[in-house]
Design a protein around this ligand. Sequence first.
Ligand code: HEC
Ligand code: HEC
Length: 231
Amino acid sequence: MFARLLALALVVVCGPANADAGGDAARGETLFQECKSCHQVGQGAVNRIGPHLNNIFDRSAGASEGFRYSRGFERAASGGLFWTYETLNNFIENPRALVSNTRMSFRGFSDPQDRDDVLAYLRQFSASPSNIPESAPTAAAVDHAVAPEILAIVGDPAYGEYLSGECTSCHQISGVGAGIPSITHWPTDDFVTAMHAYKVGVRAHPVMQMMAGRLSDEEIAALAAYFETIN
Ligand code: HEC
Ligand code: HEC
């Protein structure tokens, strides 16, 4: 009898962690097949091509011991990237929008339901999953992908040079300086994607949000063209 009660109590305490969750963890487990070639999660998970994903919620990015992250990822981590439902959601939607030059070559899940489900699955392998906030329904519905017509704009490097004075007070032409990342010689798509991520708030840095928020799509394209080819 006691054992039965104990078993029952355990089910209540440890039972399906997402009973009240928006995401469907069972469907998320199936979707996780797409991550499994690189990531392990659960008991005994170790780093492989990608870091293991145990306890990924509520910790700093790039903190899996013994894993060698890319420089782009280390840059984002030292810039304060922290994993919450929202930042993970943004990362899985489009890894390179959140972290320039990440080694995670994954096109992303464009369907918000897919992201919700895979995160509901991953949540079970983090401490106190029931304390991890769910997505705000509106947040998950926003489409952060950069429209192809924005990426297709061909920028004018001369105009970009004219605009760049606002940037080079912080970003050194010669490369990294005082903790401020280098933005020269980037493929224009990556540059535009990063600027757009600040503009729409996917990237959290307040100064860069303000800078990008003031620029039109044409101005961003011009800056991308200028910084790509600068000597
Ligand atoms: C082709 C391999 C690959 C696939 C597929 C992949 N990832 Fe990754 N992932 C990586 C690599 C490599 C990193 C480390 C990134 C870096 O160093 O730039 C990473 C990093 C991460 C991180 C950050 C980990 C940390 O320690 O901060 C999360 C979260 C993540 N991936 C989740 C996922 C999820 C969820 C999926 C499936 C929807 C997925 N990844 C698919 C290779 C992959
Ligand atoms: C006041 C200083 C400052 C100014 C001015 C500034 N930036 Fe930044 N920028 C930063 C910092 C700090 C970061 C790193 C932010 C982060 O961690 O997300 C950054 C990040 C970036 C990134 C992403 C870098 C990466 O490795 O992911 C791009 C692209 C960028 N800035 C472009 C620009 C452009 C273009 C301008 C001019 C229109 C500009 N910045 C003006 C400080 C500045």
